[in-house]
Each structure stands twice: as structure tokens, then as C-alpha cells.
Design a binder for this molecule. Structure first.
Ligand code: VGL
Ligand code: ZN
Length: 198
């Protein structure tokens, strides 16, 4: 078994004071740093949108944050502007240990497609490159932590299970947005996909 820790989107905009703050998002940072040394590899993901990204409510006339609209690839929640490339909000939380990272993968850079998952954009087809990297390193087992449980962690974990990885989500080191029952739905979806929820 070769085991990687995947740290999803522990960025300023998802922490208290950020543009799309997840309640207690910053509280998981010390615990994530503490477990990094126990893994064969550590991968960090970073939500990384161009200004005017299509997932931003401000890019749609009449669109309000947290509305859902239909995009060519399916339903899409509209978000406040967040994680704009190079902005302070897109930077990792300052206390996150980034020195231990073997790979940093940036996602959501395509203006027309959002990318919750670390593996595929929201069209569920366009790969980010992470699967190729993990295969190259013969990594077969993943532990996922980070933000947000019900969006990027959920999509990443379900895709990973479908790709054949053994996947464990360490829920004590995740925090959720919880929009209209999205947390409960995500927990059910992950369990159904064969993800172990710790
Ligand atoms: C995320 C909403 C929009 C996440 C990213 O990291 O869960 N959520 N972009
Ligand atoms: Zn985003």
C-alpha cells in the first residue's frame, strides 16, 4: 500500500474572514499539519479561478450567491467571487505546512467550467492530471481532509473511489458549507461510493 494525504483547498477564502468562509475552516489546520509525516506523499489542492469565472454569481446578470443555475455540464451553484488567481484569498492558510507537499494541484482555472473535484472538472470528463501523478507514484490509497466536506472533498472522494483508489475521508479534519442539506447528501453519496468516513 502506498498512501497519500490529499489536502483539499485549505485557503484563506474558505476560512473565517474569507470570501466564501466555511465555519471553523481554520480550525483543522493544526491537525492536518500534525498527520502529514505519516504519509508516503502529500498533495495540496488549490481552488484557482480567473477573475470573472463562470461559477461566480457576479458573472451572471441577476445571479445571486448560492443560487443554482444550469450550465452546459449540469447544475452549478453560484458562489461569491473567491480564490481569484494570485489574490490573498487564494493563498493557502498561512499556518498550513506547505513545505511537506510533493505536489500542488490547481483547479478551476477554466473560465467556463467549475472544478470541485481534484480529479475532474465539473463536466466529470476533463482530467486535472492528479490521477496520472498518483499512478506514476504507485499510490493506491488516499486519505482526504480539507474544505469543504460537502463540495470539493465530496467530489474528490467520490471520483477517487470510482477511479479505484481506497479512499478514507477524515471528517474531523474537514468542515462543511452545508447549503440546503448538502452535507447530509454528501455523506450519503460518499458512503454509497465506497468511501470510508472516519
Ligand atoms: C469549493 C465552492 C466553490 C470547495 C470551491 O473548495 O469546496 N466550494 N469552490
Ligand atoms: Zn471555487
Amino acid at each position: 500500500m502506498t498512501h497519500a494525504l490529499i489536502v483539499i483547498d485549505v485557503q484563506n477564502d474558505f476560512c473565517p474572514g474569507g470570501a466564501l468562509a466555511v465555519p471553523e475552516g481554520d480550525s483543522i489546520v493544526p491537525g492536518i499539519n500534525a498527520i502529514m509525516d505519516g504519509f508516503d506523499a502529500v498533495v495540496l489542492t488549490q481552488d484557482w479561478h480567473p477573475a470573472g469565472h463562470s461559477s461566480f454569481a457576479s458573472s451572471h446578470t441577476g445571479g445571486a450567491p448560492f443560487d443554482t443555475i444550469n450550465m452546459a455540464y449540469g447544475p452549478q451553484v453560484l458562489w461569491p467571487d473567491h480564490c481569484v488567481q494570485g489574490s490573498p484569498g487564494a493563498a493557502f492558510h498561512p499556518a498550513l505546512n506547505t513545505d511537506r507537499a510533493d505536489l500542488i494541484i490547481r483547479k478551476g482555472f477554466n473560465p467556463a467550467i467549475d472544478s470541485y473535484s481534484a480529479f475532474f472538472e465539473n463536466d466529470h470528463q476533463t482530467p486535472t492530471g492528479l490521477h496520472g501523478y498518483l499512478k506514476t507514484r504507485a499510490i493506491d490509497t488516499l486519505t482526504m481532509v480539507g474544505l469543504a466536506t460537502d463540495f470539493c472533498v465530496n467530489f474528490s472522494a467520490v471520483d477517487a473511489a470510482r477511479l479505484g483508489y481506497a479512499v478514507r475521508v477524515e471528517s474531523t479534519l474537514c468542515r462543511a458549507i452545508d447549503l440546503d442539506g448538502s452535507l447530509e447528501a454528501a455523506l450519503q453519496g460518499m458512503a454509497q461510493a465506497g468511501v470510508t468516513l472516519a
